[in-house]
Write a protein that binds this ligand. Structure first.
Ligand code: 13P
Length: 253
């Protein structure tokens, strides 16, 4: 039985005041909404991670970074290491989010190094995969997701891979209001689980949580969560509104 996992990706939003206010609201109300039946995390921008982590320190809500660099320290201007993220109270880190792949230009190889750095630095990576609309239209979804998952986790033993959560986020559904249907999400997520089964033992592939992300809202969260291989939700826009995010957590119970 996989425990549901709802994570909010705040992207490049909020400020020093609103990030703390949002975190406080979620901390106060999420326990009432879900108790400990759902794993909940938020991923604020780097500059607010520490204050949000402090705000949430007495709660069960985890804090994640939206990115990481793979070197541990040194002359890498602008970058942030796993040790730094651990130091300020992060538990999770997003790796290979589609905006980093397609806006910033990150490759599968770079993302693999980031997943590796996260795992060896004691963080829990959330590896994001997903196809572009053009790739879906040309029936390449399976190939793209296979490649991203395989390269993202290349070189990692079963023991290490058990730290990973996978998020399926079809690029055409992110921030567009176009959610994948529950069937589309289930189809790809069942495929991801099958791929995990082929690479690792059956037990591990049954344990790894696979989240869906892309225009998740309070009114579509429950039907997405009802799918067998949808173990949680990675929420962008709706995670910036405490009421919406709490409603999504409620739908995941
Ligand atoms: P939206 O929920 O705004 O579509 O964003 C999804 C996402 O990219 C979460 O990582």
């Amino acid at each position: 039985m996989r425990k549901p996992f709802v994570a909010g990706n705040w992207k490049m939003n909020t400020d020093s005041h609103s990030s703390v206010e949002l975190a406080k609201r979620i901390a106060t109300d999420s326990c009432e909404v879900a108790g400990h039946r759902v794993t909940v995390a938020v991923c604020p921008p780097f500059v607010y991670l520490q204050t949000v982590a402090k705000t949430l320190s007495a709660s069960s809500i985890g804090v994640g970074a939206q990115d990481i660099y793979y070197e541990s320290k040194g002359a890498f201007t602008g970058e942030v290491s796993a040790a730094m993220l651990k130091d300020i109270g992060c538990t999770y880190v997003l790796c290979g989010h589609s905006e980093r792949r397609h806006v910033i230009g990150e490759t599968d190889e770079l993302i693999n190094k980031k997943v590796a750095a996260a795992i060896s630095g004691g963080l829990l990576p959330i590896l994001c995969v997903g196809e572009l609309l053009s790739e879906r239209k040309t029936l390449q979804t399976e190939e793209v997701v296979k490649r991203q998952r395989k390269k993202g986790l290349a070189g990692w033993s079963e023991e290490k891979v058990s730290a990973v959560t996978i998020a399926y986020e079809p690029v055409w559904a992110i921030g567009t209001g176009l959610t994948a249907t529950p069937q589309q999400a289930q189809e790809v997520q069942a495929l991801i689980r099958k791929l995990l089964e082929q690479m690792y033992d059956g037990k591990l592939s049954q344990e790894i949580r696979i989240l869906y992300g892309g225009s998740v809202k309070p009114d579509n969260a429950a039907e997405l969560m009802a799918q067998e291989d949808v173990d949680g939700l990675l929420v962008g826009g709706a995670s910036l509104n405490a009421d919406d995010f709490l409603a999504i957590i409620r739908a995941a119970v």
